[in-house]
Design a protein around this ligand. Structure first.
Ligand code: HEM
Length: 69
């Protein structure tokens, strides 16, 4: 199959995809720690184990994410 995008674009695309996945999953865990809302995301689709762990994932993946580039 013919490759359309150059290697650098393909690598940064997947780094960004991973960063967004980690931001979303840790973001849901951070959200779950708040008592403000009745709804919470199932544990299986969150990342970090507890609020402190989720914040660390959130901050680590922040540096990889597209909006900080
Ligand atoms: C590029 C993407 C993102 C960046 C750079 C980012 C960055 C941050 C930062 C710096 C904080 C503050 C943490 C603190 O004060 O302790 C935060 C909090 C939070 N983030 Fe993100 N975040 C991103 C994406 C997301 C996503 C996708 C979600 C949800 C799916 C999310 C959910 C949350 C929640 C719920 C909080 C806590 C807000 C609060 O305490 O009022 N974030 N994020």
């Amino acid at each position: 199959m013919k490759r359309v995008h150059p290697l650098l674009i393909r690598i940064t695309h997947w780094v960004n995809a991973l960063a967004i996945l980690v931001m979303v999953m840790s973001g849901w865990k951070i959200y779950n720690a708040s008592p403000l809302f009745d709804f919470s995301f199932p544990n299986a689709i969150t990342l970090g184990g507890w609020l402190g762990g989720a914040l660390q994932w959130h901050f680590a993946a922040m540096w990889l994410s597209p909006s900080t580039a």
